[in-house]
Design a protein around this ligand. Structure first.
Ligand code: AMP
Ligand code: ZN
Ligand code: FE
Ligand code: FE
Length: 281
């Protein structure tokens, strides 16, 4: 089984990369992509945990924002991990996530809820990508909410009065960076409308012109109708269709390999990278 979208505790997942590899192997996954938010810091640890029977696709989920403020997540896979432009863009986003978190916390404090930056930073280690799930964890410790899911539903969702965006590249820029680094670009959960506004067909066209390689079709946040629309879009534009879990450990309900990518689609996708960067023992 091929699962091309997972998170470790180098971003907002709760398993270490080694735990992730072990669980994936036990679940029957033969190819797994580690795609932490705006970071490749977990790839080394995942590589060191590899065993016979499972191979690793290096990757990252790049946070993007359109001109009109819509959040887009772009999976970059199989790119050169040493590419400085891509590495620097991710570093800029990670750094900006800290100032953004301060501003979210100020808004929450104004509403009379006691939470501080140090409470949130206690939920992750140095070098890990900070995100709203870490704020959710701090709110759980304070007894304000009882789960990450409740934190997002009640307080932290994209339409909340507490929401603040952070610097992110435009999705077409992210595609250009990923392609320049020799990798492939797959747009993650593009129609997950309950997360907030989603991109228009016009924006989709721009991303295809920018070199988009694939669409994540099978994902738990897509309805059957949304999948049907995405399959048509992929077929009409000769794009690869992927499926993936977006596993976050116990930070979300998503189970490893609950959705997967077919061998055919994976072969088509990996052939679009400029080198074979799948890591195996
Ligand atoms: P951020 O990266 O700070 O904008 O936070 C977005 C992250 O929060 C996404 O990667 C999601 O995986 C996570 N997230 C969104 N909704 C939920 C939820 N209901 N429960 C747990 N995690 C969530
Ligand atoms: Zn996440
Ligand atoms: Fe995402
Ligand atoms: Fe994700």
């Amino acid at each position: 089984m091929i699962d091309l979208h997972t998170h470790s505790n180098y971003s907002d997942g709760t398993d270490s990369p080694a735990q992730l590899i072990n669980k994936a192997l036990a679940a029957g996954v033969t190819t797994i992509a580690l795609t932490d938010h705006d970071s490749v810091a977990g790839i080394t640890e995942a590589t060191n945990a590899l065993r016979n029977g499972i191979s690793l696709v290096p990757g990252a989920e790049i946070s993007c924002q359109t001109e009109d403020g819509i959040s887009v997540h772009m999976l970059g896979l199989l790119f050169d991990l040493e590419n400085s432009e891509l590495i620097q863009t991710m570093a800029k986003t990670r750094e900006n996530r800290h100032g953004r978190m301060q501003r979210i916390i100020e808004r929450i404090n104004e509403a009379g809820i006691d939470i501080s930056m140090s409470d949130v930073l206690a939920e992750l280690s140095d070098g890990e990508t900070l995100g709203r799930p870490h704020l959710a964890d701090a709110l759980i410790k304070k007894g304000v909410v009882s789960s990450r899911d409740e934190a997002f539903t009640e307080m932290l969702h994209n339409k909340s009065k507490f929401y603040v965006a952070h610097y992110s590249p435009k999705p077409a820029e992210a595609i250009a960076l990923i392609k320049a680094a020799g990798g492939v670009a797959v747009i993650a959960h593009p129609m997950a409308s309950h997360r907030g506004r989603t991109i228009s067909y016009e924006t989709f066209g721009d991303l295809i012109s920018a070199g988009l390689d694939g669409i994540e079709v099978d994902h738990r946040d897509h309805s059957p109708d949304e999948k049907t629309a995405l399959i048509k879009l992929a077929k009409d534009n000769n794009l690869v269709m992927t499926g993936a879990s977006d596993y976050h450990g116990n930070g979300k309900l998503n189970l490893l390999a609950e959705y997967t990518t077919s061998n055919d689609q994976w072969d088509a996708l990996r052939s679009r990278a400029n080198a074979d960067r799948v890591i195996k023992l």
